[in-house]
Write a protein that binds this ligand. Structure first.
Ligand code: ADP
Ligand code: ZN
Length: 628
């Protein structure tokens, strides 16, 4: 083994680091559990991982539906190590492949990727090693895999398995449709005896059916995990000044942490990123209008550095495997619960507490409705999009558990979670019948032809130009709503829209018009209960598990982070490929003093232990000396 560890560490960063994998040197044929511990440094499989690994390792086909951060990669990586031959992993994005290869290389697993960025001599080297049987995993883009040349090359190989990552790309229904994915069924024909495993975090029925159909996995075993993300804290806040609210959220709850901020438009991305930078936050913009080069640079920086906040449109995200993203903030309403779930799910893949923070207002709803109505979509598609938007609004306005609500959207039953914003501070609903009656009669008096802001002006008795121009200062409802302020009325209107008692007529200047059920309330036949407008000052901190470090812990933490950064730079890999935050945290908390103790720390497999164990013990030692 000596020669193996003596190799310059920098080699590890290259796509083809070793002449064979580390575990080949283990004395016995390792079982799955031993691989998990020795190679990955994890004590136990999570959820259905063990069963999936056994099934695929034994030659079975599988479809794996698991939420982001659930640990899909291990489901094919361990079978790849268990089975003879090279595993071919189909992956849609270069960045995603490079990331996986970097992480695997750091673990001593022989992994490589072939894509348009691979230099020809490097590609030759990789194919040679695949033929020689010294490669464990080979990542490749679908368009390359499907070329006759590559399929011929595969014929010469001993193939352990095929893994098709981000398998929802086969479906028109999915958000990342890729036509080439639909042709991957050819693998079933060409390599009928090689097991195939498709993986995705998209759960809906239609996408699932498409995957099984196009990838010819009808006979495959389906592993459907719970889509719950227990470490995510869900919080929705009412928008009044989104940028300011965002800034104080970051400053209070996640100073110095990595995060993603999603915005609806490019302009808003630019503005928000600039605002954060001006306020001392390391933020970078990302949207499709930026040049390739800039986007790549920002993405790289976000992945590699600690504590960068990426402000982005939805163009950013697929395949972002960064495990230590501490928060995902939406400062505009996502257009569907599916989008929201995918995007917010990019937080906390490492299992440590993380937050989904959503800031929304009625205007978001109006703007998105306008975008859908004004688009080129077919009428039926518009209907679908509008109903998804309604579902999103319902999530925002619910007074019940957020988690329960979102899981129910994915047909999963669950009990209230006890740690979302609504569970922690249950909104107390109040009998809003009287104010709602006032609002509805005011809407009726203005003949359902005016937008929310005008109606509120009338209720509050503001005789401004527009109100007087239409003679609305003479209405019986003028000034009858002074018991609430602007925000209070907006909150009521939003809730009524969410309940479909009101509609916003986009085509007619966003007028508020009656939905079903208004008359019963107006006539006093039906009571209505609503939640009061949220009080910002009372809102819970999203960061429910702030890890409070003592001064000496903080010093050690910073030392370890600096050291990790220097290792990452030296190996040319992201910091988290060296060690996750969770590992550093355990090092700080447990302060292992010797080899035996440090070997039990999370994420320290045998290679990392051999490579970094002494350096870490030195740092720990140094830290405790300076404590004295
Ligand atoms: P997914 O692809 O499903 O989003 P990943 O495969 O990237 O998730 O895994 C998310 C994180 O969880 C990674 O940092 C991974 O190393 C870690 N992980 C996966 N399985 C386990 C496990 N059994 N024990 C501990 N950590 C795990
Ligand atoms: Zn809850």
């Amino acid at each position: 083994m000596a020669f193996f560890f003596a190799r310059p560490a920098r080699d590890a960063a290259r796509s083809m680091p070793y002449n064979g994998a580390f575990f080949r040197f283990l004395p016995l044929m390792p079982d799955a559990h031993a691989l998990l511990q020795t190679v990955f440094g994890y004590p136990a499989f999570r959820g259905e991982q063990a069963e999936i690994v056994a099934h695929v390792g034994g030659g079975g086909n599988a479809l794996v539906l698991m939420p982001t951060g659930g640990g899909k990669s291990l489901c094919y990586q361990i079978p790849a190590l268990l089975r003879a031959g090279v595993a071919i992993v189909v992956s849609p994005l270069i960045a995603l492949m490079q990331d996986q290869v970097a992480t695997l290389s750091e673990l001593g697993v022989a992994a490589a990727c072939l894509n348009s960025a691979t230099a020809p001599d490097e590609a030759r080297d990789i194919t040679r090693q695949a033929r020689a049987g010294t490669l464990d995993l080979l990542y490749v883009a679908p368009e390359r895999l499907l070329t006759p040349r590559f399929l011929d090359f595969l014929n010469d190989l001993n193939i352990a398995l095929f893994a098709i990552d981000e398998a929802h790309c086969v479906s028109h229904w999915g958000h990342d449709f890729r036509p080439e994915y639909q042709q991957l069924g050819i693998l079933a024909e060409r390599f009928p005896t090689v097991p195939r495993i498709a993986l995705t975090a998209t759960a809906d029925e239609q996408t699932r059916a498409d995957i099984l159909h196009y990838l010819r996995l009808a006979e495959a075993r389906v592993f459907l995990s719970s889509f719950d993300r227990p470490n995510l804290f869900y919080q929705v806040v009412e928008k009044h000044n989104a940028k300011k609210q965002l800034l104080s959220f970051i400053q209070q709850d996640y100073p110095g942490a990595s995060g993603i901020v999603y915005c609806l438009s490019r302009k808003r991305v630019e503005d928000t990123a600039q605002w954060l930078v001006e306020n001392g936050i390391r933020a970078l913009p990302y949207h499709a209008g930026l040049g390739h080069e800039v986007r790549d640079r920002h993405q790289r920086e976000f992945l590699r550095e600690d504590g960068v906040v990426m402000v982005a449109t939805v163009a950013f995200g697929m395949g972002i495997d960064k495990p230590d993203v501490r928060f995902v903030a939406h400062i505009d309403l996502p257009k569907s619960p599916e989008n929201f779930y995918q995007e917010s799910g990019r937080a906390g893949r490492d299992g440590l507490p993380a937050a989904s923070w959503l800031c929304y207002g009625l205007n978001d709803m109006v703007q998105l409705t306008q975008m859908i109505e004004g688009s080129e979509m077919a009428a039926l598609q518009k209907q679908v999009e509008l109903s998804k938007l309604d579902a999103m609004l319902a999530f925002c306005e619910t007074a019940a558990c957020r988690r329960q609500h979102i899981l129910a959207h994915f047909s999963e039953q669950s009990a209230p979670c006890g740690h979302c914003d609504n569970c922690l501070a249950p909104p107390i609903t109040f009998d809003a019948t009287l104010p709602v009656q006032k609002l509805l009669s005011c809407i009726y008096r203005v003949e359902q032809r005016f937008a929310a802001s005008h109606v509120i002006d009338v209720l509050l008795g503001r005789a401004n130009q527009s109100v007087t121009a239409f003679g609305h200062d003479k209405l019986s409802t003028f000034s009858i709503g002074r018991e609430l302020n602007q925000r209070g009325w907006r909150s009521i209107i939003r809730q009524l829209v969410a309940k479909k008692l009101l509609q916003v007529d986009i085509a007619r200047g966003q007028s508020l018009v009656f939905g079903d059920g208004c008359r019963a309330i107006l006539k006093g036949e039906q009571k209505i209960y609503l939640r009061p407008p949220a009080d910002d000052k009372k809102s819970r901190s999203a960061n429910t598990d702030r890890w409070l470090r003592t001064e000496r812990e903080e010093r050690l933490w910073q030392m370890l982070r600096r050291w990790r950064k220097s290792m990452a730079d030296e190996h040319n890999v992201p910091a988290y490929a060296v060690f996750s935050d969770k590992t550093l945290r355990e090092l700080v908390e447990k302060r292992p003093a010797n080899r035996a103790e440090i070997g039990r720390v999370y994420g320290l497999g045998e290679l990392k232990l051999a490579r970094y164990g002494d350096a870490l013990l030195d740092i720990l030692n140094e830290a405790s000396q300076s404590d004295d």
